[in-house]
Structure formats: structure tokens, C-alpha cells
Design a protein. Structure first.
Length: 264
């Protein structure tokens, strides 16, 4: 059943069905927090929750049930808060879910309460470009909060970003260069009193016509709306490359085939 929900959540109509029964979302949150990392149930729950984490009703319940705290703990601990060591699948889909939840003001507040800055600093140079993109997207949202921005400056984020930018420049990595430039603008706004603590973004149900592989791009669209930049500009900074999306698709299909289809 859980595997079926994960597959249903790949499409807008399936997400409508799942979110219409919030008890399904609540049960998946419970399973996600309880099952060993990268077990069959954990993979299915995480895949489904990542897809649902841009829907407002699902976001609200996930945040209320402590999913922000859970995912920050998993991403920040090599031991996964006692559930095991997170694989690349858990890191990638978990960081994507955190980025989506951080779009909401309640999610941002929860992130600010956690040691999200340290987690982000530890993952900003991860070898997986999609994890880096998710971390950068999360930071972009959180840097709109004045208290987090001040903490980030005190922790030396400006220097870290400039170092990463220099390395990306030497490698000719234009995507990373633009993402870091975007973050530097957010860290050092022209209006130093700028704050969007109360601004929320989330996927409007009536506009949910995107499939799973485009949801990271949809998050980029939402970031663009929030920042006052065009959607296309936001996508250039935070969207995954076609190569990464293809790899992500293969990874998900392999996980579904291994963990769900054999049970049919």
C-alpha cells in the first residue's frame, strides 16, 4: 500500500487523492520517523513525502508533526538519529523535502530553531550536485529571515560562499557559480532590514499539474516568486541539470522496482 501511495504521488491527480485523506500523510510521517533508514518502508515513505512536501495541507501537517526536526537530524548526523546511516537516496530526497518545507514561514521558524546552518555548511560541498542544490535552496529561503542571516554572517558564511565560488570558477561550474552569487545577494541585501519572515510559498492545488521529476524545478519557481526575480531566472540558479534529473529518475525507478514491485 505504501509503495502504491509513493507511485500515486508521482502525478498531480495522485497527490490530490493522497492529500484528501490527511490521515495518510500522518501515517507516512510516523513510518518515516520510526523505520530504519533505507529500509523498504522508509524508501517508499520518503519518496512519497518528498513529492507531497510542496502541497500546503501536507506541508502544514508535516511541520506540525516535527518532520523538519527529523530531517535536519538525519541530514546532520552520520548515524541518522539512531535509525541507521543515511544513503545517498535519503540525503537527496531528505534535502529536497527540507527545501520544500522551508518555503513556509512555519517551516522557516522550525529550521531557525534547529542547527540547520551547521547542517548546510557540512553539505554545501557534497559531491552530489542535487544535494548541493537542495541545500542552497534551503539556505536561500532561510537567509530571508533576519535572525538567521545575522547568525550566518557571524558563522562566516560569506567567506565560505566566496571560497566555493572561487573553486567553482576555477572548474568552470557555471551552475554552482550562479547559485552562490544568488546566495551572496540574499546574505548581503541592499536593504539590511529586509526580511520576509511572514512570507509563505507553497504549491496551489489548482496549479498542481507538474509531475515528480519537475518538482525541484517548481521549487525554483516558488523561490523566484518570493525573491521578486522571474521564474526563469530562479530556475537557472536552482534547477537540476537534465543529467541529474535522468540519474534521479533511474534511482527512483530502481528503488521502486526493488522494494515495491516484487510484492505485487
Amino acid at each position: 500500500t505504501l509503495g502504491l501511495l509513493a507511485v500515486l504521488a508521482c502525478e498531480a491527480v495522485g497527490r490530490n487523492y493522497v492529500v484528501s485523506n490527511i490521515a495518510c500523510v500522518e501515517r507516512m510521517v510516523e513510518l518515516l520517523k520510526a523505520k530504519p533508514l533505507d529500509s523498504s518502508l522508509h524508501i517508499q515513505a520518503l519518496a512519497a513525502m518528498q513529492r507531497l512536501s510542496l502541497r500546503r495541507a501536507a506541508q502544514d501537517r508535516m511541520i506540525e508533526m516535527g518532520l523538519v526536526e527529523w530531517v535536519v537530524g538525519v541530514l546532520g548526523s552520520s548515524q541518522g538519529e539512531g535509525q541507521g546511516t543515511p544513503s545517498e537516496f535519503s540525503l537527496e530526497f531528505g534535502s529536497a523535502m527540507l527545501m520544500n518545507l522551508a518555503l513556509r514561514s512555519a517551516g522557516k521558524r522550525k529550521c531557525v530553531e534547529q542547527d540547520t546552518l551547521t547542517v548546510a555548511l557540512n553539505l554545501m560541498e557534497h559531491w552530489n550536485p542535487q544535494i548541493r542544490t537542495h541545500v542552497n535552496g534551503t539556505l536561500y529561503s532561510l537567509l530571508s529571515v533576519s535572525s538567521f542571516r545575522m547568525r550566518a554572517k557571524s558563522a562566516g558564511l560569506d567567506g565560505v560562499l566566496r571560497s566555493i565560488h572561487a573553486q567553482a570558477t576555477s572548474l568552470g561550474d557555471e551552475i554552482s557559480m550562479r547559485q552562490i552569487e544568488y546566495l551572496l545577494e540574499q546574505l548581503n541585501p541592499q536593504d539590511q532590514n529586509q526580511s520576509s519572515d511572514g512570507t509563505e510559498s507553497g504549491e496551489d492545488d489548482e496549479d498542481d499539474d507538474e509531475n515528480f521529476l519537475e518538482e525541484e524545478e517548481l521549487a525554483g519557481l516558488l523561490l523566484g516568486d518570493r525573491s521578486g526575480h522571474s521564474a526563469e531566472e530562479a530556475l537557472r540558479h536552482f534547477a537540476a541539470s537534465a543529467k541529474v534529473l535522468e540519474a534521479q529518475q533511474r534511482e527512483f525507478q530502481a528503488c521502486v522496482g526493488k522494494n515495491y514491485l516484487p510484492t505485487l
